[in-house]
Design a protein around this ligand. Structure first.
Ligand SMILES: [Zn+2]
Ligand SMILES: [Zn+2]
Length: 240
């Protein structure tokens, strides 16, 4: 039944690249040219937070960025598939705000690939919660759409309701300190029994300053989590 419906949809709406409209074979996949146009994060990168270094830099086997070297990254590790730039931004904004949920296909695949070099000791996958007000307005949590295929590949369950988020106005254009202040206290663990003793992989579409992950790490660890990791589709890369 689902297969027939897929065929009908494909006939009515032939799959096209989300960024340029070129015909592709599967819905939600990028064409080869656009795929190449995305700034995918490769080695060398920070072993802890995945911060990408210039390719000509030889930093040895375990390169670490200044933030992680000074112990300021609380999560055990973070990975991102690509750098936040005009190409990834186009795909991400359409996915997040214009209802192009099919983009979750290539985004989550890229995120799974970004996890290739980490220790996958994970008990549960948790999309960064959205405040109810925003969820009703958008109709979906973009992080949940990205998390579902990842949970399937990792072979663990998703946790969608152990942590609640209260609504606070947007954090756009705020600096790192302001974002950290703004996010402080927005997450509340409502089922600590499901968090205790768990190694949790957080999923989000974009990492800007890392304030969201840090705050979730704080509340999850105080609820008894064993470890907290994070993966995003893209991340803002500033020169460090
Ligand atoms: Zn394209
Ligand atoms: Zn780092």
């Amino acid at each position: 039944m689902v297969k027939v419906l897929d065929k009908i949809i494909e006939f009515l709406f032939p799959p096209a690249c989300p960024l340029c409209g070129t015909p592709v074979s599967i819905h939600g996949e990028l064409c080869a040219d656009c795929w190449i146009g995305i700034n995918w994060i490769e080695d060398p990168k920070c072993v802890k937070c995945g911060y990408p270094f210039p390719t000509d830099l030889d930093l040895g086997g375990t390169p670490m960025c200044p933030t992680c070297a000074s112990g300021k990254c609380e999560l055990d590790w973070i990975r991102s598939a690509c750098v936040y730039d005009s190409a990834s931004r186009t795909a991400m904004l359409a996915f997040k705000h214009a209802g192009h949920v099919q983009y979750a296909n290539f985004m989550s695949r890229a995120m799974i690939w970004a996890l290739r070099d980490v220790d996958m000791d994970i008990d549960v996958v948790m999309p960064v919660p959205l405040a109810n007000r925003r969820l009703f307005k958008r109709g979906y949590n973009q992080a949940t759409l990205l998390a579902r295929p990842i949970a399937k590949v990792v072979g663990v369950k998703m946790d969608l309701d152990s942590v609640r988020r209260i609504h606070r106005p947007d954090m756009g254009h705020k600096n790192a300190r302001e974002r950290a202040v703004n996010i402080h206290g927005v997450f509340q663990v409502v089922h600590p029994d499901r968090i205790r003793g768990k190694r949790i992989l957080l999923i989000d579409d974009v990492m800007t300053t890392g304030a969201t992950f840090s705050e979730l790490h704080r509340v999850l660890m105080s609820a008894g989590a064993l470890a907290v990791y994070g993966v995003t589709f893209c991340r803002v890369v500033r020169t460090v």
